[in-house]
Design a protein around this ligand. Structure first.
Ligand code: 6PG
Length: 483
């Protein structure tokens, strides 16, 4: 018997994905550069399904049925590149190579083109959900040629997470880099969601002086509301956790320097190029960056920069209501962050000529991935209802939620500013909302400045055309129509 799918790279993610495939009726060829991992997988989990272990790449390729289909699960960058080339050399036209890592979508586009020239289908596939997800059901975002989906569809559907309604969390996102693009934005949204939750924690901790255990209970409660999500759930778990060695709350023994592997940065860089304002995601990336500016932070502690000792000014009776305000502010900001992320997907699709069903994207994020949440049902419903015009925020449900949260949201941002608690994502989301609402933006002034110092021209509100004013030093200005 030959394998209908192969996996290259058997570290945590690859091994988990292979087991998931085997457990769900696939015959899985497995290969790892150092063969002890292959042997270990077979020894420990060989009875979970049908595996065909291989110790050379040739052996591996020969054990695959045609069209040969292989998922590469090695480190992004050079190791992935090397395996793509090696496999391509052994493959025939019609065979399929899948890159299951977090690869930059432009690299995927380049590779698909290269492989297409050799007749090989190349599929960049975003896979979310970590090791647990890979084993028990990830959310999968495959791009690549439409034709490859005929073979991949049933295999991926057999292993993907199932949403509440039973539908598998995978869909063919679009051609070439579309899958990795959508996974990239998923991660950007993940960054924003995590930052918003972190700011909520800070407001409750330093603002209200609550203990990690008390805050954990609050997040447990919030998880029963419209905020219900995996990230809220694990936030409560982290905050409940006590460090065994010291007996201290675990949160207090973790270094407050947030690291990142680059997908959030790509999301923002790509958004800048498109351009689409994803301010919440940008603030989340910058907040991690600031947390790692150790030298500056230490210097700030030495000659403490003036300002209030972080707190939120409230009477005891007001504290309860403020906790609710933070919950509303978190929900409203989350709506903005997701709306911005979906804007980026929509604009990316336009620019790169992909047909992406945004409702389907929301649907496959309902389970398996890191940002899985009840909330995504709302987004898919909104897209499916056809009620969305140019942004998610105009959908009646989200519009109403933003309106209802508004007073709380403003109160939280104002109190945070007065009490010296940084809330970059909360405040940027609120400013985005207010900017979008504004009938006139001060952008008019910027156009005036640009025209004065650089003759960059401006448009007029009262007639079409492109104008430049001859800014004279004597104050005698003349308007000139340039085009
Ligand atoms: C997922 C995650 C995953 C990534 C983490 C960590 O969807 O399963 O996004 O792909 O490893 O998000 O990313 P950072 O190290 O950049 O925080």
């Amino acid at each position: 018997e030959k394998a209908n799918i192969g996996v290259v790279g058997l570290a945590a993610m690859g091994a988990a994905l292979s087991r998931n495939l085997a457990r769900n009726g696939n015959t899985v060829a497995v290969f790892n550069r150092s063969s002890w991992r292959t042997d270990e997988l077979i020894k420990e989990h060989g009875e979970e399904g049908k595996f065909i272990p291989a110790h050379t790449l040739e052996e591996f390729v020969n054990s695959l049925e045609k069209p040969r289909t292989v998922i590469i699960m090695v480190k992004a960058g050079a190791p992935t590149e090397a395996f793509i080339q090696k496999l391509a050399d052994l493959f025939e036209p019609g065979d399929i190579i899948i890159d299951g890592g977090n690869t930059y979508f432009k690299d995927t586009m380049r590779r698909e083109k290269e492989m297409a020239e050799r007749g090989i289908h190349f599929v960049g596939c975003g896979i979310s959900g970590g090791e647990q997800g890979a084993l028990l059901g990830p959310s999968m975002m495959p791009g690549g040629p439409e034709e490859s989906w005929k073979k991949l569809g049933p295999i991926f559907e057999s292993i993907a997470a199932k949403a509440e309604d039973g539908s598998p969390c995978v869909t063919h996102i679009g051609e070439n880099g579309a899958g990795h693009f959508v996974k990239m934005v998923h991660n950007g949204i993940e960054y924003a969601d995590m930052q918003l939750i972190a700011e909520s924690y800070d407001l409750l901790r330093r603002g209200l002086g609550l203990s990690p255990a008390e805050i954990a209970d609050i997040f447990d409660e919030w998880n029963k509301t419209e905020l219900n999500s995996y990230l809220i759930e694990i936030t409560a778990e982290v905050l409940h956790h006590v460090d065994e060695k010291t007996g201290k709350p675990f949160i207090d023994i973790i270094k407050d320097q947030a690291q990142m592997k680059g997908t959030g940065t790509w999301t923002v860089q790509t958004a800048l190029d498109l351009p689409v304002p994803v301010s919440a995601i940008a603030e989340a990336v910058f907040a991690r960056g600031l947390s790692e500016r150790v030298e500056q932070r230490e210097e700030a502690q030495k000659n403490i920069l003036a300002g209030p000792t972080p707190h939120v000014e409230l009477s005891d009776e007001e504290k309860k209501a403020f906790i609710e305000d933070v919950r509303h502010a978190l929900y409203a900001s989350k709506i903005i962050a997701y709306a911005q992320g979906f804007d980026e997907i929509s604009e990316g699709a336009r620019q790169y000529n992909w047909t992406i069903d945004l409702g389907a994207v929301a649907r496959i994020w309902r389970a398996g991935c890191i940002i899985r949440a009840q909330f995504l049902n709302r987004i898919s419903d909104a897209y499916d209802s056809g009620e969305i015009t140019s942004s998610l925020v105009f959908n009646p449900y989200f519009k109403k939620s933003l309106e209802e949260a508004q007073n709380s949201w403003r109160n939280v941002v104002a109190k945070a500013a007065l009490g010296g608690i940084p809330v970059p994502a909360f405040s940027s989301c609120l400013s985005y909302y207010d900017a979008l609402r504004s009938d006139r933006l001060p952008a008019a002034l910027i156009q005036g400045q640009r025209d004065l110092f650089g003759a960059h021209t401006y448009g007029r509100v009262d007639k079409p055309g492109v104008f430049h004013t001859l800014w004279a030093e004597d104050g005698q200005h003349e308007v000139e129509e340039t085009r």
